[in-house]
Design a binder for this molecule. Structure first.
Ligand code: BJW
Ligand code: ZN
Length: 280
């Protein structure tokens, strides 16, 4: 990938000292993890968010909701970080004050080399009690997805287009009971109508307020308050660079819009910023 936009984005990245990388579901799309709102492949094309991603949905049918999240968790365990995740890790390695903020509930940034992203919408891997909030152990996986996540050496660094969408085990599954109070354990994610974890939201706003470049990747920027993070950076004068195959509401505030998939654009961006480095 070449072009004046990429060159300009590369200049902005090379000049940055405190960049923020803000990611959404498109970041993991090339790893085979479905997005939410893409036509054809998005989860909300097949599932109703009101029946699965709200506290009321969990109260109404805990087994339906728990089973759906367990299936997604097992899909994510089979997925591998893609070259876009590696490129984000390369940026963070080059610029140690980089802050990675993600809306994603998968663990692909961590497995791609970013140990502690700021998580705005929680994690598939942190279930907790729905009543007392005590953290609960992860259920052990059933074959064929049994065992720990695959190690991430160079051999797996290409990710893959193979889909890890909910399939074989999709179906109701009773959630475990809390070891303290016996209430049902719930997924550790943020549902519609729930507050974001305050420490994560504070850290995200602080990072966006102090950054000198915000790179937004693979988000439709439709879900609030997360969608305001790039706006905070722009309002305070930081250039915003967007990576997305299609336009989003953020286009208007972006200094550069890089139209394309994260797994291709981000490695190209890293090469444009630091042509002499052997990364990406
Ligand atoms: C690629 C690609 C490739 C594809 N490369 N790119 C202001 C206005 C209107 C509404 C609200 C508002 N403020 C709050 C609300 C209500 C609501 C909301 O935002 N609703 C709107 C949808 C209308 N927000 C909330 O309810 C939030 N809570 C809240 O506000 O609480 C208030 C409160 C305060 C105090 C006390 C109590 C309450 C919570 C929002 C939680 C969102 N949860 C979800 C589910 C998480 C769990 C799960 O995984 O099931 O989070 S919804 C879903 O959307 C998920 C995502 O993190 C989030 C964002 O989606 P994302 O990442 O942008 O994905 P997509 O699919 O939308 O877009 C993918 C993009 O990738 C596309 O653009 C593609 O083109 C692109 N792409 N391939 C690069 N290869
Ligand atoms: Zn409990």
């Amino acid at each position: 990938m070449t072009g004046p936009e990429l060159a300009e984005a590369g200049r902005l990245l090379a000049a940055a000292r405190r960049p923020v990388v803000f990611t959404g579901a498109g970041m993991s799309a090339e790893s085979g993890v479905p997005t939410f709102r893409d036509a054809q492949t998005g989860l909300w094309q097949r599932y109703d968010p009101q029946e699965l991603a709200t506290p009321a949905a969990f109260r109404a049918d805990p087994a339906l909701v728990w089973g759906w999240y367990e299936t997604r968790r097992r899909g994510v365990r089979r997925a591998l970080p893609n070259p876009g995740h590696r490129a984000v890790a390369a940026i963070a390695a080059r610029l140690p004050d980089t802050v990675v903020i993600t809306q994603n509930v998968d663990d692909l940034h961590e497995r791609g080399g970013v140990p502690a992203p700021v998580r705005l919408h929680g994690s598939l891997f942190a279930p907790r009690c729905s009543a007392c909030a005590r953290p609960a152990p992860l259920p052990s996986d059933l074959p064929p997805s049994a065992g720990p996540p695959e190690p991430h050496d160079g051999a797996e660094s290409h990710g893959g287009a193979e889909s890890h969408a909910p399939e074989a085990h999709d179906g109701p599954l009773d959630p475990p009971a809390c070891a303290d109070c016996g209430a049902p354990v719930r997924p550790g994610v943020v549902w519609f109508g729930e507050a974001l974890p305050s420490a994560a939201l504070d850290a995200a706003v602080e990072a966006a307020s102090g950054c000198d470049l915000l790179l937004t990747v693979g988000t439709s920027a439709l879900v609030h308050p997360a969608a305001e993070i790039p706006l905070v950076a722009a309002r305070l004068g930081a250039p915003v660079v967007q990576v997305n195959p299609v336009p989003t509401p953020l286009d208007a505030i972006c200094a550069v819009n890089l139209r394309g998939p994260a797994g291709e654009v981000l490695p190209a961006l890293v090469r444009a910023a630091w042509p002499d480095d052997a990364v990406g």
